[in-house]
Design a protein around this ligand. Structure first.
Ligand SMILES: Nc1ncnc2c1ncn2[C@@H]1O[C@H](COP(=O)(O)OP(=O)(O)O)[C@@H](O)[C@H]1O
Ligand SMILES: [Mg+2]
Length: 469
């Protein structure tokens, strides 16, 4: 009895304090919530409201979509309670749902229940999309017992994005940040151990801009050196690479002979690096020790690649010479892609032509990463991405011809099945120009670097000989 009296007294004394604290905490939370809402951009505000609706409607929606489970076994407490002989009601379990938001929509994490797992959620995805007013809903599982439901209210592919390069050395070597996928998830590709990348697509849909973005992100690293060939221009100062050429150790325009000289030069570098790699780096593959300032990753960009490879038909001596040069160019680039990986050479080929000779299939097929912006025909999509694209109609770049999709590409990566559609960001020209200017001093000829290293190695070798003598 005294216990109860003490408890009552305790409540009498502390009750108002506890209520006060709770009110303060609740008030603080509400203020924080309102401030966050007011500070958000209009797109995010819509998502915040959408997230509230999703949370509020979940308890009713889940059973309607068969995303609930019925537990007929009474809990220990229920079996002890008096039900006057009536059977104990089975419990309906609803997956717990935690909802967050971003500018494009909501991200919900739901717990799985017996009989309600990834497959059931995936089956319900189109209905969730309707109920939540989403353009698309994807369900994935990253942890056992939990699924992630991504709903996008707006199609991230249709929103142009901009990227301002930081000018900082990237944290990770050879990681290519490509943009956002159709669920606004960041997409990046690891280009370590990748010898070649192809980029195809109709003119004006973003091929050069994509390469521009890659260069801008990697340029601050002295462990990367670039060479360029642009089949659209006569000289560097007049084309898309007029600024970034400052960060290239070599550049050629549309002249087949000059391009041939550049490709020969890089093939020679490939061979020299291959013979020297054991002595200089002590390993068989550069990727075991990573690119360094002294042994940089060499990125050869071949834009409007068809200029250098296309078939020249005709029997006059001039045409014959061009045909021979084009054939040799293809052979040289093939060698670079087939054998350049271990010594740290990466070739990026871009073309607007959709025929097999634009980027010869024997080169395309050894490039593990392929991207295509919009294409006009199914054949062109196949020429760009391979036969496999026929099995993935949703991702086919023939669906990207609407101008809203400038900057959107479909990508395949040999390590995964299927294709990913990506909204690539645009780097404003002025940013690229500033960056090229700021990083121009990092440009070095990798052949000269190798020569210097070989020189040093020989000195060491001779010294070794001297000391052992
Ligand atoms: N990712 C992008 N986002 C928005 N606009 C872009 C994007 N990429 C390109 N554009 C626009 O399209 C134009 C042409 O792009 P470009 O990269 O030169 O095309 P391509 O090399 O395929 O012919 C650019 O000047 C820019 O205005
Ligand atoms: Mg271009």
């Amino acid at each position: 009895m005294t216990d109860i009296t003490q408890l009552a007294e305790g409540v009498g004394v502390y009750g108002p304090l506890v209520v006060g604290l709770l009110l303060t905490a609740g008030g603080g939370w509400a203020v924080w919530w309102i401030v966050r809402y007011l500070l958000a951009d209009p797109m995010t505000r819509l998502s915040i409201r959408q997230a509230v609706r999703v949370r509020r409607g979940w308890k009713r929606l889940a059973p309607m979509l068969k995303l609930a489970a019925t537990d007929k076994t009474p809990t220990a407490l229920a079996s002890l309670s008096n039900t006057d002989g009536k059977p104990i009601k089975p419990r309906v379990l609803i997956p717990a749902l935690k909802v967050t938001h971003d500018a494009y929509g909501v991200i919900a994490r739901a717990t799985c229940l017996p009989g309600v797992g990834l497959e059931e959620f995936q089956k319900a995805a189109p209905h969730l999309a309707n109920a939540w007013r989403c353009t698309r809903v994807a369900v994935t599982q990253d942890d056992p017992g939990q699924v992630v439901i991504r709903g996008v209210r707006l199609d991230p592919l249709k929103f142009k994005t901009e990227h301002r390069p930081t000018g900082l050395v990237p944290d990770e070597v050879a990681r290519w940040n490509l943009g956002l996928d159709e669920y606004a998830r960041p997409v990046s590709v690891d280009l370590t151990q990748v010898p070649g990348v192809t980029v195809a697509g109709l003119p004006g849909f973003g091929k050069t801009s994509l390469i521009n973005c890659l260069m801008c992100d990697w340029a601050p690293s002295a462990a990367v050196q670039f060479a360029g060939a642009d089949g659209k221009v006569k000289a560097a100062y007049e084309g898309d690479y007029a600024d970034l050429v400052k960060r290239m150790f070599a550049f050629v325009g549309d002249d087949l002979e000059e391009a041939n000289t550049l490709f020969h030069r890089l093939v020679a570098l490939r061979r020299d690096r291959s013979s020297a790699i054991k002595a200089v780096l002590g390993v068989k593959s550069m990727w075991d020790v990573g690119p360094t300032e002294e042994w940089p990753l060499v990125v050869l960009i071949i834009d409007e690649a068809h200029t250098y490879f296309r078939d020249h038909k005709g029997s006059d001596p001039k045409t014959k010479k061009l045909a021979a040069l084009a054939a040799e160019n293809a052979r040289l680039v093939e060698e670079l892609v087939k054998m350049g990986r271990s010594v740290g050479i990466l070739v990026v080929l871009a073309t607007q032509k959709s025929t097999g000779d634009a980027i010869p299939t024997f080169i395309r097929d050894v490039c593990p990463v392929g991207l295509s912006f919009a294409q006009k025909t199914a054949e062109a999509a196949v020429a760009a991405l391979g036969e496999e694209i026929r099995n993935w109609p949703d991702a086919n770049p023939i669906n990207l011809q609407d101008p809203a999709y400038v900057g959107v590409a479909a990508m395949n990566h040999q390590s995964q099945p299927g294709f990913t559609r990506i909204r690539t960001p645009y780097v404003p020209d002025a940013c690229a120009a500033d960056l090229a200017h700021a990083t121009a001093h990092l440009t070095q000829d990798p052949a000269a670097l190798l020569k210097a290293q070989l020189g040093r190695t020989q000195v060491v070798l001779r010294k070794d000989l001297d000391t052992t003598a």
